[in-house]
Ligand binder design. Structure first.
Ligand SMILES: NC(=O)c1ccc[n+]([C@@H]2O[C@H](COP(=O)([O-])OP(=O)(O)OC[C@H]3O[C@@H](n4cnc5c(N)ncnc54)[C@H](O)[C@@H]3O)[C@@H](O)[C@H]2O)c1
Length: 359
């Protein structure tokens, strides 16, 4: 299977199917948006109009926001075709990669994979966009399960770069490698994780979102204050540095002590440090400052690394228009966040550090 210009099929013409269709058509692939649910002709026509109409208006909106030249909307649209159940078998038979996006109901998934299994080429890759059903369970529904893996996109699929891939033990290694290459060529950032509930992001964000809701419930902060805190502190930071990298950067010992404190003060079940944090603490393996943590820092230039992390953070500040020149407080009432010149797109984060230092 070539990772080049593949024929893509998105089965299920709903939120994710449409988003995935946009993502691949934008990248240059021919995409069939396939509806396999039995319906009458009028209902099929309505779904075709609605889904292609929404794809067109999403593309027009992205172009109007400056993502690309509006003249490109038509050629991108020209790469997407809607296929109803009557043409589904033929569309699946010619697809190189098929993304299943039918509702999150086990029976719907079973029927979809039986249908896909009957009509897809044995060599085609098949990926489920399911949020919660493990690939190990889905593998039983399809013929040639070695071609199956889960590919969890985040909505909107044409905006969010991340796609979480989860193979099962029988997934062909070439299928996983091919999917990674296909996604990367389409400008996506694939990551691989085990077949475990919640992939990576939904599992992390469920904890964060529940804790935020709890803080509102307990009157600790208003929804507005928590939203501000997450945008300008929490989310801002993790767009520049990975969460595990951040443990190492701040120090595993800091996480250990903070977790023990919060476990004692609030709830041990939610905040107690996991065994790996305790073990690293006992071993003195506390991240950057001790040469090893979750990552290995031995032999690296730690000043250059710190500078790189700072540069990434400054890049985010600049992106958010929050980078200030020195002495802004002296000019009372003249708060101008973007007082520093923006670097050209080719300037690196490290150069951004230099600009700030000179500013
Ligand atoms: N919406 C999200 O934010 C999101 C994010 C990540 C993953 N997912 C996952 O993507 C999958 C699709 O979710 P969605 O939000 O696009 O759903 P959706 O309801 O928007 O779209 C589902 C599509 O499948 C069709 N359909 C309904 N019943 C069917 C059946 N029995 N057989 C075949 N097709 C049927 C619908 O007409 C619709 O076109 C789910 O597994 C969901 O968990 C959704």
């Amino acid at each position: 299977m070539s990772a080049g210009l593949q024929r893509i099929a998105a089965v299920g013409a709903g939120r994710m199917g449409r988003g995935i269709a946009i993502a691949f058509a934008y990248a240059g692939h021919q995409v069939a948006l396939v509806d396999i649910k039995p319906r009458d002709a009028a209902s099929t026509e309505r779904l075709a109009q609605e889904s292609l109409g929404e794809i067109g208006s999403s593309l027009a909106m992205l172009a109007s926001l400056g993502m690309f030249d509006p003249a490109q909307v038509e050629p991108i649209m020209g790469r997407v075709r809607f296929v109803g159940r009557d043409g589904a078998a033929a569309a699946l038979a010619e697809a190189d990669t098929i993304f299943e996006g039918v509702p999150e109901v086990l029976d719907a998934k079973r029927e979809a994979f039986e249908f896909i299994g009957r009509h897809a080429r044995a060599g085609a890759t098949v990926a489920s966009t399911t949020s919660t059903i493990l690939v190990t369970e889905l593998a039983a529904f399809i013929s040639h399960p070695e071609r199956l893996l889960n590919a969890h996109w985040l909505n909107p699929a044409y905006i969010v770069p991340l796609v979480e891939l989860s193979p099962h033990a029988g997934t062909d290694a070439a299928v996983l490698a091919g999917m990674k290459a296909l996604l990367e060529r389409a400008g996506k950032v694939p990551v691989v994780c085990a077949a475990a509930p919640g992939f990576i992001v939904p599992r992390l964000q469920a904890l964060v979102m529940n804790e935020a809701a709890r803080m509102v419930e307990q009157g600790i902060a208003s929804a507005e204050e928590i939203d501000k805190a997450t945008r300008y502190g929490f989310g801002f930071r993790f767009a520049a540095i990975g969460v595990v990298e951040f443990i190492d950067f701040g120090g595993n010992d800091i996480l250990y002590y903070a977790s023990r404190y919060l476990a004692g003060q609030i709830d041990a079940a939610r905040f107690a440090p996991p065994a790996i944090v305790e073990r690293f603490m006992a071993e003195g393996r506390n991240g950057l400052k001790s040469g090893r943590g979750f990552h290995d820092y031995q032999g690296i230039d730690s000043d250059a690394y710190r500078r790189d992390v700072l540069g990434r953070s400054l890049g985010m500040l600049r992106h958010l228009d929050l980078l200030q020149a020195p002495g802004m407080a002296l000019r009372a009432g003249q708060h101008q966040p973007s007082a520093l010149p923006r670097p050209s797109a080719t300037e690196s984060a490290t150069q951004a550090v230099t600009v700030a230092a000179k500013g």
